[in-house]
Design a protein around this ligand. Structure first.
Ligand SMILES: Nc1nc2c(c(=O)[nH]1)N[C@H]1C(S)=C(S)[C@@H](COP(=O)(O)O)O[C@H]1N2
Ligand SMILES: [Mo]
Length: 205
């Protein structure tokens, strides 16, 4: 079990909370739903998660097989590029490290990947942003199965990047030899999206 916690403030709106907010963000206790397009509803017996590199399948798990993989809990702040941040969100799922291990891989085959979702959403990520317990395929929020609106049955969770990188209804991680933009990235959003560097749009340093 791994738990990562940010710096905790004593009261809402205090100095500690402000230090904990990336530039330009405001704190919300809500959990807004943001989706381009309709919520996806995938039956668990039709669900699978695939790790792929070019034409070859590196790993594939049914829901049952996926649920049997090692479980990790992460508590983290999340930051949406539309400027809301939420502190101390609590997730459970399978880290990308454990997923690679389950596929029998010592290391990722390339430095980049594109996450593909039910409904067609995609987002690009550096492998370095996914390994070493920085990211997971999350299936639970606050101890409950993830709601469809928040990406259930399973979503990518990459809490240290803007939340558009945390692809809901993720089904396939495709390793690639080069970084190429996903859905929002090809519409002017930043290729990486680090909230602490305020990498919102293409061209932000
Ligand atoms: N498949 C999919 N994943 C997605 C999105 C989407 O439209 N489709 N929106 C992204 C954006 S812009 C944000 S801010 C978060 C919102 O997640 P939430 O609805 O759980 O708050 O999901 C991200 N993942
Ligand atoms: Mo977003």
């Amino acid at each position: 079990m791994l738990v990562t916690r940010g710096f905790k403030g004593k009261r809402r709106g205090g100095d500690a909370d402000r230090l904990r907010l990336p530039p330009g963000q405001f704190l919300t206790p809500e959990f807004p739903v943001l989706t381009a397009g309709p919520t996806q509803h995938t039956k668990l017996n039709n669900w699978s998660l695939v790790l792929q590199h070019g034409g070859s399948i590196l790993g594939k798990w049914s829901w049952e097989q996926f649920e049997a993989l090692p479980q990790t809990e992460i508590t983290s702040d999340i930051h949406c590029v539309t400027k809301w941040s939420k502190f101390d969100t609590r997730w459970r799922g399978v880290t990308i490290d454990d997923l690679l291990r389950a596929a029998g891989l010592d290391a990722a085959p390339t430095d980049f990947l594109l996450a593909h979702c039910d409904g067609g959403y995609t987002t690009n990520l550096l492998v370095a942003d996914l390994i070493e317990a920085r990211a997971m395929i999350a299936t639970h929020f606050d101890d409950l199965p993830l709601l469809p609106s928040h990406g259930g049955p399973a979503r990518l969770l990459v809490p240290h990047l803007y939340f558009w990188k945390s692809a809901k209804w993720v089904r396939r991680l495709a390793f690639r030899d080069a970084d190429s933009p996903g859905f929002w990235e090809s519409q002017g959003y930043h290729l990486r999206g680090d909230p602490w560097r305020e990498q919102r749009y293409e061209g932000d340093q």
